[in-house]
Write a protein that binds this ligand. Structure first.
Ligand code: FAD
Length: 462
């Protein structure tokens, strides 16, 4: 390879790696994505398949409104490709959100949300990225470590997974670690003589149980999203997304070891004790059309690369490798899209020296809000360990009131959804007009199951 040619290497070809590669292709002559899985490189989004490196792909994956907008900006026409592959589209009024036990009244956002399976989305994005000039993928290759000299990462060591493969070194000007929450970068940094990042963890022990179900037009009044959000102390939540004209993906979620048994009966029993009956009614009126999948997610983790004083040049951590959120708020792909945009801005001046510092500073601002939304909700469960903010109780009561008023006031319900979709910052809920509506509005009566009813439901807690 000519070292005159600039070369970026991206580790991991999941959503984080693909979005980073998309942006890097604007700034480097070549971009090589290294991925341990075999990827169906020529598959269309319609026949996208699950793969081992992204086990979460079997579960409902929502893309938040701001992520949807960012993806369309990065890949014009992506929504049309996804629609052609069966994705379903509707504005907020074609969705049903039951939050804090209250069905929210909603206004249109002015652009539609889109539902599809995670493999469909990833396959569509992958096809677009690999079609970019200079971008290629090394699949079925494990990244073993980094090549480091005099304060700079100069490449990566990789090993093919096929029998007889020998270790190789790929030289590059920039290495982007997008290998997910299991990233070995902290250990690699230590081995190179740097301090690893401090790590914040919030243990939530969440379980996901998922299957595809037959979709009828009568379900959810023809809508494409049904969310029954977690309403602490009830440890249960559920979501149904229309991922095709006749198909729901339904995921039931339990906090702190609670879980739905992976069967239709198990899901019916679990959904009966959600904070609202809507998902139970859907499941009682449908049949599974796939196997059931389960996963557990032990803790959210945020690696504070942004707080490091020393770090090699030519290297950044990206996506879940930097921060892996409690997935219940569906933030990971949207945050990766925002990070990709920030990476593009950091490279815009053509300067790669000090990139790590600029990029980590931008990503801190991107991660802070979704992290505080997810952790703030987690800490409402008494058994989740962590320091409670001084005014946390007051804030929780205000948010409860937002959701109770949002049941009848679409301006309030929509304001809340705009925050959780990362379109507006949480402070938007304190703007004078919203504050007045929340404080003077009429809150709906709580319909939440009592803790006793909840306890009876927790027979499957493991
Ligand atoms: C249960 C669950 C549900 C979720 N639901 C949502 C949701 O609804 N909405 C949302 O936006 N996000 C959701 N997420 C998060 C989302 O999946 C991630 O944020 C997103 O995939 C971006 O992650 P990533 O690409 O950084 O890492 P990952 O998706 O973890 O991908 C890492 C990639 O690196 C590869 N890799 C790892 N190690 C190596 C190695 N040594 N060599 C070569 N390749 C390697 C893996 O094979 C994989 O392809 C969910 C996560 C979980 C766990």
């Amino acid at each position: 390879m000519s070292r005159e040619e600039s070369h970026a290497i991206v580790l991991g070809a999941s959503m984080g790696g693909l979005l980073a590669a998309r942006v890097l292709s604007d700034h480097f002559d070549r971009v090589t994505i290294v991925e341990r899985d075999a990827l169906p490189l020529d598959a269309s989004p319609t026949d996208a398949v699950h793969r081992k490196g992204v086990p979460q792909g079997r579960h409902a994956h929502g893309i938040l409104a701001s992520g949807r907008l960012t993806l369309e900006e990065m890949f014009p026409g992506l929504s049309a490709t996804l629609r052609a592959a069966g994705a379903q589209e509707a504005d907020l009024t074609g969705t049903r959100w039951i939050l804090g036990g209250h069905r929210q009244r909603l206004d249109d956002l002015g652009f539609p949300g889109l539902c599809c399976t995670r493999p469909t989305l990833e396959a569509a994005v992958r096809a677009r990225v690999l079609a970019l000039p200079g971008v290629s993928a090394r699949t079925e290759h494990d990244v073993l470590g980094l090549v480091h000299r005099r304060g700079r990462v100069e490449g990566v060591r990789v090993l093919g997974r096929r029998d007889g493969s020998a270790e190789e070194t790929l030289a590059g000007d920039l290495v982007v670690d997008a290998t997910g929450r299991g990233s070995k970068l902290p250990q690699w940094l230590e081995a190179m003589g740097y301090s690893p990042p401090a790590e914040e963890r919030v243990r939530v022990k969440i379980s996901y149980t998922t299957a595809l179900f037959r979709r009828e037009r009568r379900h959810v009044d023809g809508g494409i999203v049904l969310v029954v959000g977690a309403a602490p102390p009830n440890p249960r939540a559920g979501v149904a997304l229309a991922v095709g004209p006749d198909t729901w993906i339904v995921t039931l979620i339990g906090y702190l070891g609670d879980r739905a048994e992976p069967s239709h009966e198990g899901c019916l029993a679990f959904s009966r004790t959600l904070p609202a009956p809507d998902l139970h009614e859907l499941l009682a009126d449908s049949e599974p059309v796939s196997e059931f999948s389960t996963s557990t997610f032990s803790h959210s983790q945020r690696r504070r690369y942004d707080a490091l004083d020393e770090h090699p040049e030519g290297l950044i951590a990206f996506g879940d490798a930097m921060c892996s959120f409690n997935p219940i708020f569906g933030q990971g792909m949207t945050v990766a899209a925002h990070e990709a945009r920030a990476l593009g801005a950091c490279l815009a001046g053509g300067e790669t020296a000090g990139l790590w510092r600029r990029f980590y500073k931008s990503s801190r601002a991107i991660i802070d809000i979704p992290w505080s939304i997810a952790v703030g909700n987690d800490l409402r469960y008494p058994d989740v360990e962590g320091a409670r903010p001084a005014l946390g109780g007051l804030l929780d009561r205000y948010l409860d009131r937002v959701l109770a008023v949002g049941a009848s006031d679409a301006r309030v319900g929509t304001a809340f959804l705009r925050v959780t979709n990362l379109l507006d910052p949480p402070q938007a809920l304190m703007r004078p007009t919203t504050l007045a509506r929340v404080l003077l509005g009429t809150p709906a009566r709580s319909t939440l199951a009592s803790p006793a009813e909840g306890d009876a439901a927790l027979a499957t807690r493991g």
